[in-house]
Design a protein around this ligand. Structure first.
Ligand code: BDR
Ligand code: CA
Length: 314
């Protein structure tokens, strides 16, 4: 079986780390590269987390550094979301520091060169602010047709988390979100409408502990951090980013609808809002598939099984 080539762009991040563990253990995909971006925490931490995590899981996947600032957006004035992910992004978990070097190329160059090498077959999983992908599209005008599909966690057709009408990844770099959604690349939006329902439980933590592999144990540790976070009034055990990966490899757990989407780059109250014309009122041609509903038990089972199946040593 030919594995599908993927590049993951992320701001790791507790739930990004869990998505990465599912992706590297999923038999359907071949992760060609990981690119890091400023988001949940500063880029210096997200890059380090990606490198340390790949080393910890014995994965020889190149990790590169990426954008330290957004092109435009809320994250300009913030330090990301340390309350949600801990100061350095992994909920206080300290992985052994990898001695491996970063890929010397910057993220946008890696995105472009990987797309060229994959000859039109590369799929992107984008689970942080879209800054790196937008820069790559601006620097390389021939890039868009080389990308087969973008699966992204971001936005919401109703509601938001940082603002009443904006989701964090898109709000954190609204201009990048606009550039990417208007690129013409086929894409699937997995937004808060579905991700807020993708909540793991204590039963899942027990199953992961039973599996006992390195990845399963680390996932259980990250979920334990989320239990404590939930119990002090913060976010639940929500798997925003792993659900975007599930959309790519296990579409049976979601239902989606084709519609036109764009990102609001101005507006006193609506900066970073993802406009999704779910009811087809604008007459504009659909440019994305938008996830509308999720089968939660199917998703939870898939996530636990995919991560537990990893051959990483106990
Ligand atoms: C998104 O922001 C981050 O907290 C998560 O990693 C996810 O990508 C949810 O709004
Ligand atoms: Ca993320």
């Amino acid at each position: 079986m030919n594995k599908r080539p993927f590049l993951i762009d992320c701001d790791t991040g507790t739930d990004d780390a869990i998505a990465l563990m599912a992706a590297v253990h999923c038999p359907l995909v071949d992760i060609k590269a990981i690119t890091s971006v400023n988001g949940n925490v500063a880029e210096v931490y997200t890059s380090r987390n990606n490198l340390d995590l790949m080393d910890y899981l014995d994965q020889d996947i190149p990790v590169s550094r990426g954008a330290v600032r957004p092109l435009m957006g809320g994250a300009l004035d913030t330090e990301g979301a340390p309350d949600t992910h801990g100061k350095t992004g992994l909920g206080g978990i300290k992985l052994p520091t990898s001695q491996r070097a970063f890929d010397p190329r910057v993220a946008d160059q890696v995105i472009y060169e990987t797309a060229v090498a994959c000859k039109g077959e590369l799929e992107l999983l984008v689970i942080g602010p879209m800054t790196n992908v937008a820069i790559a599209l601006c620097n390389h005008l021939d890039l868009a047709p080389l990308i087969k599909h973008i699966w992204f966690m971001g936005g919401a057709y109703q509601g938001g988390n940082v603002l009443p009408t904006a989701e964090f990844n898109i709000w954190a770099d609204a201009l990048a979100g606009h550039i990417v959604t208007q690129s013409g690349i086929p894409m699937t939006m997995v937004g808060l409408d579905v991700t807020l329902k993708a909540v793991m439980t204590e039963e899942d933590i027990a199953d992961l502990r039973k599996a006992g592999t390195k990845a399963a144990n680390l996932t259980a540790d990250l979920l334990d951090f989320m239990v404590a976070r939930r119990d002090r009034g913060g976010e639940d055990l929500v798997m925003h980013d792993a659900l975007a990966f599930a959309a790519a490899v296990y579409p049976e757990c979601l239902s989606c609808k084709d519609c036109y989407i764009d990102v609001e780059c101005a507006g006193e109250y609506t900066l970073g809002h993802t406009f999704a014309d779910v009811r087809g009122r604008t007459g504009k041609k659909p440019n994305a598939s938008v996830a509308l509903d999720i089968d939660v038990p199917k998703f939870r089972r898939w996530l636990v099984e995919t991560i537990s199946a990893g051959k990483t040593e106990k």
